[in-house]
Write a protein that binds this ligand. Structure first.
Ligand code: NAP
Length: 472
């Protein structure tokens, strides 16, 4: 603590908050902490703080009194109503010019609303996306700040110190006004859903199609993680397959119920993509499959009634494994392409002024979607900031095209085996649609004009046309 008080305050000593406080303190910043449940604060101070420069307030007034002015404080509380509840109590205790940062996974429209409210009270507000889970918060997350620029100038050095670093560069950059940071974090999570779905589809093909064991799977994903698929998600997948259950000694993965949960950020990405009319089919498929995984009882009943093809693969297994690897890499490229195309449209629509090269740069470390591929994505935007789609980057387009035939074969294989692979299938259709000079939208226009007189445009003349379709 300096003579005038702590450098920064943090409200919410949950998984993320506790770890982020320790991270900030380990970088030499004096931190004041407060948590709604006082026992948690006491437990944290007694057992985790040690000699670090951390002070606790056991009510909000005491906490605010510990902060140097103008104050800066971060909320890391559960998203939604809890953020509003804390802000309601907090703002009357603050002074004009103080800075409030919401580090949770808030919906971007809530961030806009809260920003308007707080700026009416002469307070600065930032929405800060934090990714990397518990370990990231503790040792270096990817940080996606947006909102008050003046606020960022004040806390930027602290965020840069706490963030992950890749090749000497911190995984944090001021992204833009209002909810720009939370929007980028939402799309980060949408991409995360897409990548996870693609990986689990490859697992399903290997497990149910090829009959591979967890030990064989561990070795495949571990090898992939040392090649071009190198990424946090492929790496943890390899480790998951090595874990034995303490109770039974069996592979733990085989004992985990197949109902995938979600907190909504993937769904928010799909919603907003639909609102902005940007196609994100791999991400949409990922959300749908989490929903469908939830109907466990219904699926069990249907499995007794609705027969499908035999699920055993009969071809060359080594060749198949190589093809699946290529299909996954192509799918990864297309998933980032969809997410970044959404960011581009959102930036234009919401006036965020996003720099996509900076986004790719800060996603290279600390976060859940960090991957070797992000170096290439960063280079693509460095070369051409206005790139309409990553598939149009000469290098990434070539990487996709060189794997396209394998993606197509893997999709056929999944269909032939009766194994669901909507992420891979949607990826292939996205590619086929994006590269089609002509799509069957002409027939949709004719149908709309037929039943609703919605009119259509013609290829050979400008203007809007209507046809009386039932006439002779
Ligand atoms: P957590 O472990 O569940 O902790 C939740 C915190 O919110 C606790 O400190 C809790 O205080 C506080 N809280 C809940 N309701 C409150 C209310 N009405 N008033 C005041 N405080 C309230 O959550 P977390 O995992 O740290 O997540 C915090 C935020 O980070 C969330 O927005 C989450 O989505 C986001 N996030 C999480 C992760 C992750 O991997 N966990 C990663 C990125 C982002 P009490 O102790 O009093 O209950």
């Amino acid at each position: 603590m300096t003579q005038q008080g702590c450098d920064i305050g943090l409200i919410g000593l949950g998984t993320m908050g506790r770890n982020f406080v320790l991270n900030l303190a380990d970088h030499g910043f004096a931190v004041a902490v407060y948590n709604r449940t006082a026992e948690k604060t006491k437990d944290f101070m007694d057992n985790e703080v040690g000699a670090r420069p951390i002070q606790a307030g056991y009510d909000l007034q005491e906490f605010i009194g510990l902060l140097r002015q103008p104050r800066a404080l971060i909320l890391l509380v559960a998203a939604g109503a809890p953020v509003d509840a804390v802000l309601r109590e907090l703002w009357p205790l603050l002074s004009p010019g103080d800075l409030v940062i919401d580090g949770g996974n808030s919906h971007f429209t809530d961030t806009n609303r809260r920003g308007r409210f707080l700026s009416g009270k002469q307070l600065n507000f930032m929405g800060l996306g934090v990714s990397g889970g518990e370990a990231g918060a503790r040792y270096g997350p990817s940080l996606m700040p947006g909102g008050s620029r003046e606020g960022y100038d004040r806390v930027g050095p602290m965020l840069e110190a706490a963030a992950a670093r890749v090749k000497g560069e911190p995984c944090v950059a001021y992204l833009g006004p209002r909810s720009a940071g939370h929007y980028v974090k939402m799309v980060h999570n949408g991409i995360e859903y897409g990548l996870m779905e693609l990986i689990v589809e490859t697992y399903d093909l290997f497990k149910r199609g090829l009959g591979l064991t967890p030990a064989e799977l561990a070795s495949i994903y571990d090898r992939w993680n040392r090649e071009e698929l190198n990424s946090f998600l492929v790496g943890i997948t390899a480790k998951i397959f090595t874990r034995q259950d303490d109770r039974t000694g069996k592979p733990l993965i085989d004992l985990i119920l197949d109902k995938a949960k979600q907190k909504g950020t993937g769904m928010w990405t799909s919603w907003d993509a639909m609102d902005l009319q940007v196609g994100t089919p791999t991400i949409d498929a990922a959300v749908v499959m989490r929903d469908m995984s939830g109907y466990k009882e219904e699926r069990l009943a249907a499995s007794q009634v609705l027969a499908g093809p035999c699920q055993t693969f009969k071809g060359d297994r080594q060749r198949c494994i190589g093809q699946v690897k290529n299909a996954l890499y192509a799918g990864m490229i297309a998933t980032y392409a969809q997410g970044l195309a959404l960011l581009q449209k959102a930036s234009a629509t919401y006036d965020y002024g996003l720099d996509l090269e900076a986004v790719a740069r800060i996603w290279r470390g600390g976060c859940i979607i960090r991957a070797a591929l992000l170096e290439d994505i960063r280079s693509a935007y460095k070369t051409k900031a206005e790139l309409p789609n990553l598939l149009m980057d000469p290098h990434l387009g070539k990487e996709f095209l060189s794997r396209e035939a394998d993606l197509r074969e893997v999709v056929q294989m999944a269909a032939a085996l009766g194994l669901p692979a909507p992420g891979l299938m949607a990826t292939l259709s996205y590619f086929d649609a994006y590269r089609s000079a002509v799509l069957p939208g002409n027939l949709i226009q004719a149908q709309r004009d037929f039943f609703g007189a919605h009119t259509y445009e013609r290829l050979d003349a400008p203007g809007a046309f209507h046809t009386e379709w039932e006439e002779e």
